[in-house]
Design a binder for this molecule. Sequence first.
Ligand code: GTP
Length: 352
Amino acid sequence: MSSTAVPEVVLQGDGAAPSSASGSAPAKDPLVSIPKSPIVILMIGMAGSGKSTWMHRLVARLQSEKKRIYTINLDPAVRKVAYPINIDIRDTVNYKEVMKHFGLGPNGGIMTSLNLFATKFDQVLELLDKRAPELDYILIDTPGQIEVFNWSASGQIICDALAVSFTTIVCYVVDTARCAKPVTFMSNMLYACSILYKTKLPFVVAFNKVDVMPHGFLQEWMQDFEKLGEALSRETSYVASLSRSMSLAMEEFYINLRSVGVSAVTGAGCADFEKAVADAAEEFHTSYVPFLLEQRRDMEEKRQRAIDEQIKSFEKGLNKAKRNRDARDDDDMDDLEDDVRNFNISERSELD
Ligand SMILES: Nc1nc2c(ncn2[C@@H]2O[C@H](COP(=O)(O)OP(=O)(O)OP(=O)(O)O)[C@@H](O)[C@H]2O)c(=O)[nH]1
């Protein structure tokens, strides 16, 4: 199987601005000229933190401000989505079929579906490229299987692909009330920290559900590790003592973190969030782009390798599943194999 084409933008040398086709004036380096708008906001967070509800709130809010929005749903298992969607993974990958054919459970099905989709992410970029000049924001909803962005190749492929073409930031959504237990807060923040260090993208933490519980205590824990240590000392579990030893190391991570309290239900905190997004977008150009310029060749090779490995792993999975199936299912398997190789990502009609 031929490997997926990568966007041209990252294949142009190693730092020097490429020459124009005519050979006269050098063309502007595409990485240096990543446009300030649209801003891509990737919603990441644990299951139930409120990503989809927050997406819905933001779409309504930004549209009321006459901002032009484009939305992508990357959660193959979500049943109902309240906001209008432009590109929906469910239109191309049927996760129940993936579960059935690869012999996986729901979590594995979601991860594999997203891995499959990621191998063709260049098609999403092509669609976005066409729309981008008319857009202010591209909002992307992701599944609650947060490991997609920690361990699986697809998270990296998607983040890297977006960040070489668009101003891209991560919105890490946290359920404030669930973090009232300091060990839960710490494990949530460890996930956030590993995503931040893996993607290197600017981050906004949205402490959601402040209508249920104000988020001030979480910001206090981030600013003063002794306060978090105090809260942890009330717990005696092994995880609490591990969290206590980690809390000082996390200080550096918190210092560079923007956080705002929001409620997807009431709309509280939207203005603060928009401001934090604007700051993060600025940081993308001042910090992330210089990092990209240094790392571009390495990143591109890594991304292409990840795509090739994904494809090999599907073929292995399919062959294994095939060996375990009845001959009568062969047609079914052939259809799926064909889908794995040849699916096309398309967009729905435009948002109003
Ligand atoms: N009170 C309150 N409830 C909220 C808020 N945001 C989301 N919820 C509720 O939290 C639950 C989970 O919200 P979702 O938006 O489905 O969460 P998600 O992160 O997309 O969940 P996954 O798709 O499982 O990853 C739903 O019952 C929402 O109504 C909020 O700001 N306040």
